[in-house]
Ligand binder design. Structure first.
Ligand SMILES: CC(C)(COP(=O)(O)OP(=O)(O)OC[C@H]1O[C@@H](n2cnc3c(N)ncnc32)[C@H](O)[C@@H]1OP(=O)(O)O)[C@@H](O)C(=O)NCCC(=O)NCCS
Length: 445
């Protein structure tokens, strides 16, 4: 069915088709999701768990790491114990004396039960109906003390020394969701209170996660004018951090965790606001996302295609074939011709493709040029055309031609001129479809 019709008559069908490439791309991938205790405090737990349950049902492997700062504070207040924090670069770290440790244990125990309960609901007519999700928690974290910094003893405040990645991977492979608390244990059996950001980062690194997602008080990263920066490469993020002041100490710690994760091979780090309902789904299942994503290098990537791209290419061109904009090609043909294709991917999902077929007399055909409707009008079409021109030049071709029924003006604006069927190389002329009556456009390169 033509895409436009689907969008008009069946918004649901159009929506499902839009998200299908993401589901395809994320299935079997490991996501570590760390969320601040404030999310629970503000009543966001149930919605988060429903979204996580959906990701799990779609085949993603999920590790959840909860924070507990406000809950620990509540316990301290109940016991009338004053909480103490480090200063300067350590201002985000609580000084965990024995009373604070008891509070941390109590807060984590309660949170864990609440989260397990939220995963256990399966009432009909709720998003959790029939979900039957098992959650595993355990002593996955070996901790070491922060120790004495600038003369301040942090006592039972710890850092992650080691993550039992084998046990976590085993649970994930068995279709469990792994739930981790911000506590760890030393080989001598002592408990330590750890920042949940540290637990999430160390875990993502240890299990080689595809994504590390933080749901925190920060609504992404903003520039000097307060504008949200959607995408950061590692280098850009390092530059950004060097401009932060002491007042941004907590954000700095979070971003340093992001850098640590990316440097050790975690694919992407996302920073999402904890108080936006559905933030996780919006970030993962839309092209531009809603917040800040960090990657090792530029996230949009133009490259030559390989056999793994066949499914993605078919998904892009099939609706256009149905509409008669592109000539129908089967999977076999795409597979056979895959080395002729270039593709644009964004966060590992294909958003555009084009192919070049060389002919005699220094001529090459540009075909299958398509950009996903969600990503159009941001220059991807032009980038693909330039890549095809570069490939053509590298092959010693002098001109490229294109056969088009509806996109004439796009090509004319980019240096193509009208030509006739007689200008086609003989072997291509023989294949010309006189019923389709495509226009022939040609460009010197
Ligand atoms: C043609 C196509 C590849 C352009 O992709 P894109 O990423 O949006 O391209 P760019 O961002 O580089 O260019 C966008 C510009 O092209 C214009 N444009 C898009 N489709 C057009 C069309 N059919 N005719 C004329 N101009 C068109 C847009 O209005 C925009 O104009 P602007 O720069 O003045 O704002 C994309 O629209 C597409 O996939 N179309 C369906 C498939 C198709 O027609 N392929 C070519 C078959 S031979």
């Amino acid at each position: 069915m033509p895409t436009n019709q689907a969008q008009n008559n069946f918004p649901f069908v159009a929506w499902l088709r839009d998200v299908a490439p993401y589901i395809h791309s994320f299935r079997g991938k490991t996501f570590v999701i760390g969320f601040a205790g404030e999310l629970v405090q503000k009543g966001g737990l149930e919605a988060l768990i429903q979204d996580v349950a959906m990701l799990h049902a779609m085949g993603m492997r999920i590790v959840l790491v909860h924070g507990s700062r406000p809950q620990v504070q509540e316990q301290l207040d109940l016991r009338k114990v004053t909480s103490r924090y480090g200063t300067g670069a350590m201002s985000g770290y609580r000084i965990t004396d024995p009373a604070a440790l008891e509070c941390a244990k109590e807060a984590s125990g309660e949170l864990r039960l609440d989260i397990e309960a939220a995963f256990s609901q399966g009432l009909p007519n709720t998003p959790m109906a029939g979900s039957r999700i098992s959650v595993i928690s355990g002593n996955f974290i070996t901790a070491r003390p922060v120790g004495i910094v600038d003369g301040v003893d942090f006592m039972h405040t710890g850092l992650v020394r080691k993550v039992d990645s084998e046990s976590i991977a085993h649970s994930l492979a068995n279709n469990k969701i792994v739930l981790m608390s911000p506590l760890g244990f030393s080989p001598t059996g002592q408990a330590f209170n750890i920042a949940y950001e540290d637990v999430a980062t160390a875990t993502a690194m240890a299990v080689k996660a595809d994504k590390l997602i933080f749901l925190t008080e920060y609504n992404g990263i903003t520039d000097a004018d307060g504008e949200l920066i959607k995408e950061f490469s590692l280098r850009q993020l390092e530059d950004h951090i060097s401009g932060l002041t002491l007042a941004d100490a907590d954000l700095k710690v979070l971003l340093q965790n992001a850098i640590r994760a990316i440097k050790s091979g975690v694919g992407r780090v996302h920073l999402l606001p904890h108080d936006r309902d559905g933030a996780l789904l919006e970030e993962l299942f839309t092209h531009d996302g809603i917040s800040t994503m960090i990657a090792a290098s530029d996230i949009e990537h133009l490259r030559e295609a390989n056999l793994d791209d066949v499914g993605g290419i078919l998904q892009l061109i099939e609706p256009l074939e149905d509409e008669g904009i592109l000539v129908a090609r089967g999977r076999d043909v795409i597979e056979r011709d895959i080395t002729h294709f270039s593709v644009i991917e964004h966060d590992r999902v294909l958003f555009g493709c084009a192919a070049l077929f060389p002919y005699s007399n220094g001529l090459g055909e540009l075909s299958c040029l398509a950009v996903d409707p969600e990503a159009q009008e941001s220059g991807d079409g032009e980038r693909l055309l330039k890549r095809i021109e570069a490939r053509a030049k590298a092959q010693g071709l002098k001109k490229i031609f294109v056969l088009t029924t509806r996109t004439e003006h796009w090509f004319l604006k980019r240096g193509f001129v009208r030509a006739s069927v007689d200008d086609l190389p003989a072997e291509r002329k023989e294949l010309y479809n006189w019923e389709r009556k495509s226009m022939v456009l040609i460009k010197n390169i």
